[in-house]
Design a protein around this ligand. Structure first.
Ligand SMILES: C[S@@+](CC[C@H](N)C(=O)[O-])C[C@H]1O[C@@H](n2cnc3c(N)ncnc32)[C@H](O)[C@@H]1O
Length: 470
């Protein structure tokens, strides 16, 4: 197929433009924009899909711009970078609308996206980097390239903080100088697999985790070099992952991935809505803490009508929203599967003198205990699941808690739409839906919904207002 004039009709959930072509297949167009008639150059074809890339338009879309990153197509991490910010917001909202329409969920749609408080560039406070070979055979650090498993160096990355961008080069240079090689699962040869760097928005300090295929002295030497070269680095930890697959951390479900301290103190301090939060290696913490702070404040306001009710926070990480809500409601109970994050959540409760408890385990397994602890109190439930959304059976167990209200924070509109469809079929009402820019330049959209159960619970017991923090 030669270059053709085509007009895409819709967005894919991954931020490409798409249209049905006359032979019945779907054309997926990198850097296309729905509604813009443009020249498309074919790049590949399969049975059901053809792929192409945008190569020009006589009348460019009013929101089109030159992507401000030379690696935009090689890296692929920022598929909406060819749109200005209002255009990106419209695109993300139209993906949300498509997901809700697909599941036939009728909800009040947000008209706007709350912008990222730290702007649409350099907002990312975490960089998860892969390690691979350059064509010259040298070790390189970067992102897996678009549609490949080749590592593309991204030292000038527009979305990570400037400190993290600079540190990428420091780590890559150090790895090369010391002779660390990319780890190859097939042969068990090599050293380094991934590098995870997180910077605190609160104080600018950086924690680094070297994910290696095997231990040895080279990772320690690399850690010492990084720590010596950059005063922002608070500490470097190591995690050994010899398992096949692309997961960064190796751990059996429910087990703690092991981390060894190599240098300094690999622990960061963050802050959300005035609550101090320590974050350790392997813990989840939001990539854009500026937007997370805004969401935390909005959550408190959203759930204000139920201030006298206790809070149950499912998928709570290091207790981020649990503690913010516990402060407002008097007490909260969080559940989290990563044991290190649960330890941190308990420490964070003590650090802030906030009354909250935390259970370690899968949400589905700890919900019965949460029911016993909140019986007759009409808890307010908060959920913030991973991209796959709520697991089977969790919605029914949430109903068993007889909650007064549910706040659902989601990073995946398709999983959200599926779950909202189940809730509404079971008689729940979606009272509001707000969209937040957590990941500008990408197709990801964070949303916060408020749901009300079919009938208000009978509250027969007062919520605990414990002084003693466990
Ligand atoms: C999107 S994060 C949200 C964390 C927290 N609310 C925050 O904002 O920092 C999801 C969290 O759920 C945890 N998780 C994933 N599956 C889980 C499960 N089945 N049960 C309990 N926690 C789970 C992850 O480890 C992660 O910490």
């Amino acid at each position: 197929m030669s270059t053709k004039l085509l007009t895409p009709e819709r967005w894919t959930p991954w931020g490409e433009a798409a249209l049905r072509i006359p032979d019945g297949r779907t054309a997926i167009i990198w850097q296309g924009i729905p509604g813009e008639r443009a020249w498309i150059t074919p790049t590949g074809a399969g049975n059901n899909q053809v792929h192409g890339r945008w190569s020009g338009a006589d009348h460019p879309h009013p929101h089109r711009r030159d992507a401000p990153c030379p690696k935009v197509s090689a890296c692929g991490g920022c598929p909406l970078m060819h749109l200005d910010l209002p255009g990106q917001h419209q695109a993300r909202l139209s993906m949300l609308r498509a997901a809700l329409d697909f599941e036939q969920v009728e909800v009040p749609l947000p008209q706007t996206v709350v912008p990222s408080p730290d702007g649409d560039e350099h907002y990312r406070h975490v960089a998860k980097l892969a390690v691979g070979f350059a064509p010259s055979g040298e070790t390189r650090l970067g992102a897996f390239g678009r549609g490949t498993h080749h590592v593309v160096p991204i030292p000038g990355c527009n979305v990570v903080t400037p400190t993290l961008a600079k540190l990428m080069s420091v780590v890559a240079r150090g790895a090369r100088d010391l002779g660390l090689r990319p780890f190859e699962v097939e042969t068990g040869r090599g050293d380094l697999r991934h590098v995870v760097m997180r910077q605190s928005r609160k104080d600018g300090r950086v924690m680094i985790t070297l994910v290696t295929g095997r231990g040895g002295k080279l990772p320690r030497e690399l850690a010492e070099r990084i720590q010596d070269q950059d005063g922002a680095v608070t500490g470097v930890a190591m995690h050994v992952n010899e398992q096949p697959g692309n997961a960064i951390y190796a751990a059996e479900p429910g087990e703690a991935p092991g981390f060894t301290r190599l240098t300094g103190t690999p622990l960061l301090e963050e802050e959300l809505a005035g609550v101090r939060l320590r974050v350790g290696p392997g813990d989840f913490f939001q990539a854009n803490p500026g937007t997370a702070d805004r969401i935390a404040r909005d959550l408190v306001a959203l759930l204000a009508p139920w201030r006298s009710h206790p809070v149950v926070d499912l998928y709570c990480g290091v207790g981020s929203f649990t503690l913010v809500l516990a402060q407002a409601h008097g007490w909260a109970f969080g559940a989290e599967v990563v044991p290190g994050a649960v330890d941190r959540a308990r420490d964070n409760a003590l650090l802030n003198h906030i009354s909250a408890e935390f259970a370690h385990g899968k949400v589905a397994d700890v919900l019965p205990e949460m029911k016993r602890r909140t019986e007759g109190q009409g808890p307010v439930v908060m959920v913030d699941p991973a991209r796959r959304g709520l697991e089977d059976g969790v919605i029914e167990s949430i109903e068993d808690l007889q909650p007064a209200a549910l706040a659902y924070l989601s990073c995946n509109p398709r999983a959200l739409a599926r779950d909202l469809a189940i809730f509404t079929r079971r008689g729940w009402t979606v009272r509001s839906l707000q969209a937040y820019d957590m990941f500008p330049q990408t197709a990801h959209l964070e949303t916060l919904s408020l749901l009300l159960p079919p009938s208000a619970p009978k509250v027969t017991r007062r919520a605990p207002q414990r002084r003693r923090v466990r």
